[in-house]
Design a protein around this ligand. Structure first.
Ligand SMILES: NC(=O)c1ccc[n+]([C@@H]2O[C@H](COP(=O)([O-])OP(=O)(O)OC[C@H]3O[C@@H](n4cnc5c(N)ncnc54)[C@H](O)[C@@H]3O)[C@@H](O)[C@H]2O)c1
Length: 335
């Protein structure tokens, strides 16, 4: 198939472009490069041997999106493009709602007009909010507790309404847990701008000497070692999950929700130790106060994706850290 990947120059997008190409699909990318570099796509082409077609365009510009569809016979869309920093979304809610919702509405309107009614959407475990017991199951009632998470929840609602109104739509809502790691080649990986918001990129920047030490937010949670537990998923497993979801929905109209996670929680200190092992060095850290809004522990119930897609994670936290370290060591300043 010919797949349009929005946000394809980004972290998860670039790994998914590679997985799609390796599965035999043709790829067209739209990205405005607000949080990425076109270098990622050049390196993906190096790894796959086939360049993806790249359009630098903003999804909030509906005519630019339409022009891309006019130029290519697109069969399906994987929609990553969006802003994703929780803290920034609290400070700049209008910016987040505008980018993530208007961008998505433009994309969906163009898809509908052009008769492309197959979409895989990047949702997030953050939609489960604070009230659900772990592990999280797709059938639980969602309710995010920050503007970023609410943009994900609202796009899920829009897509569910669309699927209910028009039975031709094939829609997958993928709720990612905590993606980390990099392609094992060390050529592509996560390249955060400014201070990393996520644990492993932060540890990696300490390991490479760009930051002094890791701040661990809270060491007195009710968890085995007192630090928060999350469900980490290797980005290549996550990318493969998109290919599996796309295969499943093709020819099967409906609205599907799948957790993409390992089904297991790992603590901050466990991840830190795994990274130290991968990098072969001690990583300085300091335990400080809890960060407001952080949940003590959550992980996925990953059984639906296994049952429906025959997909499950295959890479361990050790592999995530080894691959992340290879990328960081070879590209200390990112792209
Ligand atoms: N990384 C995570 O921890 C995580 C977890 C759950 C969900 N997600 C979601 O997965 C998706 C991809 O995340 P990522 O980690 O690869 O982030 P990323 O920032 O690396 O990728 C997002 C890409 O979208 C592009 N983009 C943003 N707004 C755009 C717009 N209006 N028009 C065109 N391009 C635009 C950015 O330039 C970037 O390349 C996002 O929707 C994110 O919310 C990420």
């Amino acid at each position: 198939m010919r797949i349009l990947v929005t946000g394809g120059a980004g972290y998860i997008g670039s790994h998914t472009v590679l997985s799609l190409q390796q599965a035999g699909h043709e790829v067209v990318v739209i990205d405005n490069l607000v949080n990425s570099s076109a270098e990622s796509l050049r390196r993906v082409a190096e790894l796959s041997g086939t360049p993806a077609v790249f359009h630098r365009a903003d999804l909030v510009d509906e005519s630019a999106v339409d022009a891309v569809f006019a130029g290519h016979a697109i069969d399906a869309v994987i929609h990553f493009a969006g802003l994703k920093a929780v803290g920034e979304s609290v400070r700049e809610p209008l910016h987040y709602y505008y980018n993530n919702l208007v961008g998505t509405l433009n994309l969906l309107r163009v898809m509908d007009r052009r008769g492309v009614r197959s979409i895989v959407f990047s949702s997030s475990a953050t939609v489960y909010g604070e009230h659900n017991p772990v592990p999280y199951l797709e059938k639980m009632e969602i309710g995010a507790n920050n503007p970023y998470g609410r943009t994900k929840e609202q796009v899920e609602d829009i897509l569910a309404d669309l699927g209910a109104a028009d039975s031709r739509w094939q829609i997958a809502l993928l709720r990612y847990f905590n993606p980390v790691g990099a392609h094992p080649s060390g050529r592509i990986g996560e390249d955060p701008q400014g201070v990393p918001n996520n644990l492993v990129p932060f540890i990696a920047q300490v390991a490479v000497g760009r930051r002094e030490k890791l701040m661990v937010f809270g060491g007195d949670y009710d968890t085995p070692d007192g630090t928060c537990q999350r469900d980490y998923i290797h980005v290549v497993d996550l990318a493969d999950g998109h290919v599996a979801a796309l295969d499943h929905i093709t020819g099967r109209p409906g609205v599907y929700r799948w957790n993409l996670g390992s089904g297991k929680g790992s603590s901050v200190l466990e991840v830190l130790r795994a990274f130290e092992k991968a990098a072969g060095k001690r990583i300085p850290y300091e335990i400080t106060g809890r960060r407001s809004g952080d949940l003590p522990a959550f992980w996925a119930d990953a059984s639906s994706a296994l049952a429906d897609l025959s997909w499950s994670t295959t890479r361990t936290v050790d592999q995530m850290c080894e691959d992340h370290w290879r990328w960081q060591k070879n590209n200390p300043q990112g792209y």
